[in-house]
Unconditional design. Structure first.
Length: 179
């Protein structure tokens, strides 16, 4: 069943709640409205974004557990930005293709994606980075890259850096934020 099919009542209600939360005033935790005179850019770590269960609601025992209802909500978030870097995009891009088909259901080719190569091996976890963008606002060069530093370099850099503030000293996100 494609994501472009009529959603279940529960899936539509989840999408509508998410939409309402994003449409709140920015001061109340919402997102700025999209306008042609500015570019809204985001980065989102969508954990293990690859395959999906082809149902509106995954059942006990379904693998993967991400279902069409989840993809509908992911598409709703992506549609609120002009460019969004999707992290943890797996080698299998079925879910991303389904989301793009949904986003392009009314205007073919409007939403496009550029992806990096898959980072192989245990440290790479078969992941890549994808940049989803609204082609009415963005015209990329077609090149995407991801820098992966060896763990030894990260440890050496961390040891050489000044002390970081403790979590209690860091700025907190207001508890009213839906994110």
């Amino acid at each position: 069943m494609p994501l472009t099919a009529e959603p279940t009542a529960k899936a539509a209600a989840d999408r509508d709640r998410l939409r309402s939360a994003m449409e709140l005033d920015v001061a109340e935790g919402g997102l700025p409205p999209r306008r042609m005179d500015r570019l809204l850019v985001a980065s989102w770590n969508v954990r293990a974004f690859g395959a999906f269960t082809d149902r509106w609601e995954a059942r006990a025992g379904d693998r993967p557990t991400r279902d069409l209802r989840a993809l509908l909500c992911i598409a709703e978030v992506i549609s609120r930005f002009d460019v969004i870097a999707v992290q943890e995009l797996k080698g299998n891009v079925e879910a991303l293709r389904e989301v793009l088909d949904y986003l392009n259901r009314n205007e073919s080719g409007r939403w496009r994606v550029i992806v990096t190569d898959v980072t192989r091996g245990d440290p790479g976890n078969d992941e890549r980075l994808g940049f989803v963008y609204d082609s009415r606002k963005v015209e990329p060069s077609g090149l995407a890259a991801e820098l992966v530093l060896p763990v030894t370099d990260l440890i050496a850099a961390d040891a050489a850096s000044p002390a970081r503030p403790t979590p209690s000293a860091s700025a907190a996100v207001p508890s009213t934020s839906p994110w």
